[in-house]
Design a protein around this ligand. Structure first.
Ligand code: HEM
Length: 510
């Protein structure tokens, strides 16, 4: 094992050949003044202690002591890369967003990630993969903060901190524990569809290049006339989908636990640029009620009867040369939208609209949008000012509105579309939950090999659940989704199939 890990470290070093500067430059302190000796501290004579006046030593240690910032509360392990997006269809009848104007080319920064692991955790984890794209458009930044599947585990933001607590390493041991995860999922049947995806081979992509991406939620497209359509986004990998099978996972981690980053960066450095085509599904607001599920529920896919149309292509072509200033300091937020794209009423998305910019003000500080990786390519004008590390170079004393002399104009034409509202304030689950059907439909599309791998991977974790009630609740959900699926899982976890069948019969919703 030791030898394998050492080998993987060396493979990284050789992959990222050490760049030699063309000519050596004089080392300076942060103030710019030259450093004489960077190898020996100033001391009181040959035997004496180190001197407080050694400002270079003190600054060097102080800066080192402060190198780490809080890691992302989720998606801490990630890989950033630059590229460009080119639209391939005229969809001005759907959206006024400039990023889709034919003939345009928009720079992007993409961050791929795992979800639950710490910043330095192995990249082969049974986890969704983050697929976050920042478009630096001529109307400001648009972030599409998605994952590699079209759905999610839960449908209401109020459950998200609990979902993460149960799935992150245990609060007492610091180790991930399926007992905690399945305790949560046994009481969250809406996760059945996503869990089925998670435990297929696609839960272990063999490379970031070999997976699709999805916006997951519905968004609203608004055209120049103010007409609204609901839309879902799908990035389709031109490299195809490839995964690591359960029996190969241990070897893969042993061989190189930074597999995903090394694969992506080595590919781009070898001028093999991965590409994804962007597809959309479009739904008219009048059709929202036509389904037996809720199209604004993020645990559901939209059916093939809502056709996908290709609208653009993204090419990733440049490896950042500063990990911290790109990948670590990048800040993606579903609320970062541009005219022509608006949030839908999806309850998860609504919570996300708040959470990202909020955590980023904590993780990076209030002026994080001024960092080069987050800064829009268009000028920023508003009356926000000051705060920690501000450097927006704002000029002028009229930093308020209304004003007869202000030079910054409001633009009424960019007001959000007017949406009719109905009902009264409430705190209730959605009507059409339909928690199990799509999981069963998905299961039945899998090949026999994929089904076998799913049963192997899922029973591996479910078999470790010691709480009988939770185990049988989970098995009943999978049985309700598909009898063959539930029976095979029950057998693989040494459970009583007839008890599972009986429990499934008492589940109302499918
Ligand atoms: C209400 C539910 C959710 C909340 C409150 C939430 C919250 C967060 C937070 C706080 C971060 C860290 C952001 C940062 O530090 O910069 C994050 C990252 C992320 N989340 Fe969520 N999340 C939610 C649901 C989702 C869903 C449904 C998806 C997928 C569609 C998703 C995809 C991501 C991705 C891809 C990242 C990493 C972004 C990056 O690479 O920097 N999240 N989330």
């Amino acid at each position: 094992m030791k030898t394998q890990i050492a080998a993987s470290i060396f493979s990284i070093v050789s992959a990222i050949a050490l760049a030699q500067p063309a000519h050596a430059v004089d080392m300076t302190q942060d103030s710019g003044s030259p450093v004489g000796d960077n190898q020996n501290s100033q001391t009181a004579g040959p035997e004496g202690p180190v001197l407080l006046q050694d400002s270079h030593l003190i600054e060097k240690l102080q800066r080192f002591d402060r190198e780490r910032i809080p890691e992302r509360v989720v998606h801490a392990r990630g890989t950033g890369i630059f590229g460009e997006f080119v639209p391939t269809a005229d969809i001005s009848s759907l959206t006024s967003a400039q990023v889709f104007t034919p003939g345009s080319k928009t720079p992007v920064f993409v961050r791929f990630s795992t979800v639950m692991g710490y910043r330095g955790s192995p990249e082969q984890a049974r986890d969704p993969r983050g697929f976050a794209v920042k478009f630096y458009t001529q109307q400001g930044n648009w972030d599409m903060v998605g994952i590699n599947w079209p759905i999610f585990f839960i449908r209401d933001a109020i459950k998200f901190p609990d979902f993460v607590h149960a799935n992150k390493p245990s609060a007492s041991t610091g180790v991930q524990d399926p007992n905690l995860a399945f305790d949560f999922f046994a009481h969250s049947p809406e996760a059945t569809n996503m869990l089925t995806h998670l435990y297929t081979d696609e839960g272990m992509p063999d490379s970031y290049r070999h997976m699709d991406g999805f916006g997951v939620h519905a968004f609203k497209f608004v055209n120049a006339k103010g007409e609204v359509h609901y839309v879902k986004f799908h990035w389709k990998s031109r490299q195809g989908i490839e995964s690591i099978r359960p029996q190969d996972i241990a070897h893969s981690i042993g061989a190189d636990w930074n597999l995903m980053t090394n694969d992506l960066y080595n590919s781009v450095k070898a001028h093999s640029y991965p590409q994804w085509d962007l597809y959309i599904q479009v739904l008219s607001p009048k059709d929202l009620d036509k389904f037996d599920f809720d199209p604004l529920d993020d645990t559901k896919v939209w059916p093939a009867s809502i056709p996908e149309q290709k609208v653009g292509t993204m090419t990733l072509n440049r490896v950042p040369d500063n990990y911290f200033e790109s990948t670590e300091e990048s800040a993606f937020a579903p609320s970062r939208l541009v005219p022509g794209i608006e949030p839908s009423e999806d309850r998860m998305l609504q919570g996300r609209l708040f959470a990202y910019a909020d955590t980023q003000m904590y993780r990076l500080g209030p002026n994080y949008n001024q960092l080069p990786i987050n800064r829009p390519v268009v000028p920023v004008y508003n009356n926000n000012q000051d705060g920690l590390m501000n450097e927006d170079d704002r000029k002028g004393e009229v930093n308020y509105e209304p004003s007869g002399v202000a030079e910054i104009a409001q633009q009424d034409k960019f007001k959000p579309v007017q949406t009719p509202l109905k009902g009264t304030t409430q705190q209730r689950a959605i009507h059409k939950t339909l928690d199990f059907r799509q999981a069963g439909e998905y299961y039945r599309t899998l090949s026999e090999t994929d089904k076998t791998d799913l049963i192997t991977a899922l029973s591996g974790d479910l078999g470790r659940v010691t709480n009988d009630a939770n185990k049988y609740a989970m098995l009943s959900y999978f049985y309700k989704a598909d009898a063959d699926y539930g029976s095979r899982l029950a057998r693989a976890t040494h459970a009583d199939v007839s008890r599972v069948k009986d429990a499934a019969a008492h589940l109302g919703d499918n």
